[in-house]
Design a protein around this ligand. Structure first.
Ligand code: SAM
Length: 278
């Protein structure tokens, strides 16, 4: 396990992922009943953008930095507002990872379960959530948790699956995890983040997902440059199974602005696709 998220915190991929996560949490909150959020690959929870790791890559500047310096249209400001509040309230030089965004937006009745396998990162995460009655921090393999810990006793909720994609096998693991989770928790919302280097590769994987013939599955992608070359993170995507019914319209408003704000080179853009069985 070599991947350390501290090098990448607040980059374009984090901004994309966390804005969507926040929209999904906001939707969950429109119903009175409590929900649970599983974050199977949680990271540190909170990041220091002045750290040696973050300073080495300076990825946050073109990510969260560009958002903070931007001037989005009114509708986008409203939609990204909850996530931006979490970023601003984290304080100058800090960037909230998915656990911290979730914790910031959740109500007192909602619950958060975090998995982090890296020993040092788990220790930091556990410290960040020490004495938090809403949150369980587990030093466990997030892939195993997908089947073992679902469905949540709250009945409703969602799962963010955000692995490091270190060994090329995480695309396959995602499909296995999804199928496993669906057997136990058909109604759960699952959000799967993935990297885009060469588009042909991810398009093949999306075809496999389409072949599962789920009734409600949405894909959204962001490219900061033409997704052609292997070896570079040119974009990223999120597949959402059982998405909030409001999400597609929200993404139609958010994505044009987000793609333009995150763009690095020509060939940038976005795509929103329905992968549901017809
Ligand atoms: N979700 C986080 C966020 O948005 O702030 C970022 C997570 S980062 C992309 C992936 C994390 O998964 C790393 O911290 C890594 O140590 C951890 N990890 C790798 N393999 C794991 C496994 N099998 N189970 C749980 N965590 C794992």
């Amino acid at each position: 396990m070599n991947y350390r998220h501290a090098f990448h915190a607040g980059n374009f991929a984090d901004v994309f992922k966390h804005i969507i996560l926040a929209r999904m949490i906001e939707y969950m909150k429109t119903k009175d009943k409590a929900f649970r959020l599983y974050d199977t690959h949680a990271g540190l929870g909170m990041y220091n953008l002045a750290s040696e790791e973050a300073q080495k890559t300076e990825e946050a500047q073109a990510g969260v930095g560009a958002v903070l310096a931007g001037n989005p249209p009114k509708e986008v400001t409203r939609l990204i507002g909850p996530w931006l509040d979490a970023v601003r309230d984290a304080g100058e030089g800090k960037y909230p990872g998915s656990p911290a965004v979730a914790k910031y937006l959740m109500r007192k009745i909602d619950r958060l379960t975090l998995y982090e396998l890296h020993e040092e990162d788990h220790a930091v995460l556990a410290k960040n959530f020490a004495d938090d009655y809403q949150t369980r921090v587990l030093h466990l393999d997030g892939w195993l948790a997908v089947g073992a810990h679902t469905p949540p006793k709250e009945g409703r909720g969602m799962m963010l699956i955000d692995p490091p994609f270190e060994d090329g096998k995480d695309f396959d693991r995602m499909i296995i995890a999804l199928e496993k989770a669906r057997k136990k928790w058909m109604g759960g919302t699952m959000a799967l983040w993935y990297p885009i280097k060469k588009r042909e590769h991810t398009d093949d994987w999306l075809e496999t997902l389409k072949g599962l013939k789920y009734s409600d599955i949405l894909n959204v992608e962001l490219y900061i440059r033409e997704p052609r070359a292997i070896g570079m993170l040119n974009g990223c995507g999120m597949v959402i199974v059982n998405p909030p019914y409001t999400l597609r319209d929200e993404l139609n408003l958010i994505m044009p602005w987000l793609a333009e704000t995150m763009m690095a080179e020509k060939g940038w853009g976005y795509r929103i696709q329905d992968l549901s069985a017809r």
